[in-house]
Write a protein that binds this ligand. Structure first.
Ligand code: FAD
Ligand code: DLZ
Ligand code: SF4
Length: 508
């Protein structure tokens, strides 16, 4: 063997750069289930099972394609329990003098690779549309790195939804059509559920035995773990949900966890689906007249816009990003995030479906669980670790900018131009959670006041110095300043009571 090609658990793409560069006759592909990866946070059992099962199925795919693959299972007695440890072990036993890999998505593994005793050659990950230097060039010299401008460049680069030099429909962004609240008749089919085969059943046993105590339900396990099934999930989304994706993107409904969301991020992020190919399929449906432009554009923007943009920023901002904390928030993450009692229906619903399905859609993450953590002043690093642990699609390069930047404003406004905070009113407008809640969303103070209402003003008041001059927040401060002093004092006092309950670990 001349080289070891190391493939990580989120690099399950047969045309990944490391394999393109390799030779089937002389190189050995190495994949490994290791504690270092399975334990850097207490991942949701569904997430670990997804990755292990998809890795084991990918080995079969690679062998069918003629690759020699060495695979370490978690309980293999020779397992060194780190990815580079395993790459080195096989390099030594097979006499390889070089390790090649597609660069890891996250800093932790990139930095470790540089310290390896056997040199590791790292190749760029071409599964992204914008190469890292391309993003850096785009960012250079710009005062504000707004997603919208980057996104337009990606539209031009890919030609997606372009009529010559102009965007289809004459506008780049149709978001103003995408704010419809949930309606009870909105019930959607949800994502397809797949039966575990024998390979997956073995993984489920292993995960139950080793990680059964982690937060999250392993069963029923319904995720796709093969490329064919992931493609079936993609087709299902295109056929049944894409048309309504845009319109109801921000809606939340108690009885429907998925609405018209794709639930494809786990498959895209581990390499079972190709993001650009998916976008080309979406465009085809639009051009064929099957789906409206606001949905097609909205979806494509999430992938070639947001997904690429957060990845570019994560790399650009460097390894310390997850530790940013400009708002100086230090509260430990309240136990309700791990399923402890709460009387807030919106929080309890979002956490519950996170537990059962390792999934919550964007508005639940941003405007329910993220919003509450920000209003309550939770330490952003703890919030980051929670999101990284509990979602099946969570990898640091995409999770951290969304959490630390977009949701917690801990990077000081690189990603978000203002903090994503709201009182209960927004949640009530976009969902049906408030109807079944112990709290009253219309009550601002006193008995039954919604904690979001109290903490919202507390946040604005305690961060006045930073935000009062932000033009996008001026209206909020004007409203606060118009309230009479007694009312303000009552709001702040009652918010303190909520915060004090959180500090004591008492249910809120
Ligand atoms: P849809 O709503 O159907 O969107 C379609 C696709 O667009 C997604 O599959 C995803 O690939 C992409 N996408 C949409 N929004 C974003 C975004 N903001 N950033 C990057 N890609 C996006 N997404 C992850 O993939 N992994 C994470 O760990 C993650 N953590 C998040 C943490 C917080 C606090 C927030 C607010 C958002 C996070 N997101 C993350 C973004 C987004 O919530 C998920 O991508 C989305 O909910 C996945 O579900 P879906 O496939 O049904 O998405
Ligand atoms: C998330 C994860 C887990 C739980 N386990 C493994 C593993 O055992 N082996 C592996 O190769 N990858 C795993 N992963 C995914 C890696 O953590 C992921 O590749 C890095 O986060 C790099 O982005
Ligand atoms: Fe959430 Fe407040 Fe509505 Fe209850 S009343 S569901 S706490 S927003």
């Amino acid at each position: 063997v001349s080289r070891v090609v190391l493939i990580l658990g989120d690099q399950l793409s047969p045309d990944i750069s490391s394999l393109k560069d390799a030779d089937r006759d002389t190189d050995l592909v190495v994949m490994a289930e290791v504690c270092a990866e399975a334990e850097y946070v207490a991942h949701h059992p569904k997430k670990i099972a997804l990755i292990f099962a998809a890795m084991r199925h990918f080995v079969i795919e690679l062998r069918d394609l003629g690759w020699r693959v060495a695979y370490t299972k978690l309980d293999d007695p020779d397992n060194t329990h780190s990815l580079y440890g395993e790459a080195r072990r096989y390099a030594q036993t097979h006499g390889a003098d070089e390790i090649v890999m597609t660069q890891a998505g996250e800093w932790r593994l990139r930095l470790e690779a540089e310290e390896s005793a056997i040199p590791i050659r790292q190749l760029p990950d071409h599964r992204f549309i914008a190469a890292e230097p391309e993003f850096a060039l785009w960012a250079q010299g710009r005062k504000a790195l707004r997603m919208e401008y980057f996104y337009r460049d990606m539209r031009r680069k890919t030609g997606l939804l372009m009529d010559g030099d102009a965007p289809c429909g004459g506008k780049w962004n149709f978001d103003h059509d995408n704010r419809k609240p949930a309606q009870v008749d909105l019930f959607a089919k949800g994502p397809p559920q797949f039966e575990p085969d024998d390979i997956t059943k073995d993984v489920l046993e292993l995960v139950a035995a080793r990680f059964g105590k982690n937060f999250g339900d392993l069963h029923p396990f319904w995720l796709a773990v093969t490329r064919a099934d992931a493609r079936a999930a993609q087709a299902h989304f295109l056929d049944h949900h894409l048309a309504d994706f845009g319109t109801y993107q921000d809606a939340m409904l108690e009885a429907d966890k998925f609405l018209h969301h794709a639930v494809l991020s786990p498959y895209i992020n581990i390499g079972l689906l190709d993001p650009l190919e998916l976008c080309r399929e979406v465009e085809k449906r639009y051009r064929a007249g099957d789906v409206p432009l606001n949905s097609a554009e909205g979806f494509i923007r999430q992938i070639i816009g947001w997904r690429e943009y957060v990845r570019g920023l994560y790399i650009l901002e460097g390894p310390d990003y997850t530790h940013r904390n400009v708002l100086d928030h230090h509260r430990p993450l309240p136990p309700l995030y791990w399923g402890a009692e709460t009387k807030m229906n919106c929080m309890s619903r979002a956490v519950e479906q996170t537990r059962t399905d390792a999934y919550a859609h964007h508005i639940q993450r941003l405007m329910v669980t993220g919003n509450f953590a920000l209003l309550a002043g939770v330490a952003p690093y703890e919030v980051h670790e929670w999101y990284l642990a509990v979602y099946a699609d969570a990898f640091e390069w995409v999770e951290a900018p969304n959490t630390v930047g977009m949701s917690q404003f801990a990077d000081g406004g690189i990603i978000a131009s203002k903090p994503y905070i709201s009182s209960g009113n927004y949640i009530n407008k976009m969902s049906d959670y408030c109807k079944g809640c112990h709290y009253k969303v219309a009550t601002k103070t006193g008995e039954g006041a919604c904690p979001f209402n109290l903490l919202y003003w507390h946040f604005l008041d305690r961060h006045r110095d930073r935000f009062a001059r932000n033009p996008r927040m001026a209206q909020m401060y004007r409203t606060w300043d118009r309230m009479d002093d007694d009312k303000c004092a009552t709001v702040l006092r009652e918010a303190e009571v909520v915060l004090e309950r959180l500090s004591r670990g008492a249910p809120v």
